[in-house]
Design a protein around this ligand. Sequence first.
Ligand SMILES: [Ca+2]
Ligand SMILES: [Ca+2]
Length: 253
Amino acid sequence: MKTTFPIVALVLILIGGVAAGQERVREITVPSASTAPLIDGTMSESVWNKAARIQLGRCAGVNAPVVPTFSTMVLLLWDAQYLYVGFKCNDKDIWSTYDKRDMPLWEEEVVEVYLDPLGKGEHYKEFEVNPLGALMDLDIPRAVDGNPGDWKPSARWNSRGIRWKTRVLGTLNKRDDRDTGWVVEMAIPLRECAPTGAGVRVGDIWRAQFFRIDRKTLGDANAEFLTWSPTDVFHRPERFGIIRFGAGVGKWR
Ligand SMILES: [Ca+2]
Ligand SMILES: [Ca+2]
């Protein structure tokens, strides 16, 4: 959503900005993980059963706020080193062509995580992963009225310790059959996200946002933009939700 932003922004602000701004930002408590999940694209470890769960909805500024075509579930856990993010994306036609780090993945199908540890909207981090398993990671200095500026300098930032894995349930890039969905698991190093390099303790809060883009073709104008915390555009840090780093919940096995 970067290169197309200037054109899209005006429309979005006109049709969606006020409505999105009237809703409270979302909040969720993320339980700590007793054991680290394997980042293997399966999400089969029992620890995921304790994860916080988010269902993404339509991004009001981009699409009419109706029920999304496909379900998108985001699962969240954390431990001393990582924020674990799992996406389960139902999808009957899965495709992507970008296959290298820091390519403009948002032009195709993608899931996205935004993390703003200080909640100031400055130097927040963005992580994108596509069905082919490519990663884009960015450090966004700031967004001015929803515009994050030139993405290329931001993409020079690379997380050193991030791990991620994609699994496609179906046939990637075979457009004439019917797929089931795709899964992304990410382990995002917490200390690399915080400007101070500090770790996280139980009770800390960060601002965060989660997105998915589903579309039929490159730059498809009828793409479906899905979000967690209601917003008119993606790069509006004041509309990011609040994640609270909680203790472990339930009976761990
Ligand atoms: Ca799709
Ligand atoms: Ca990067």
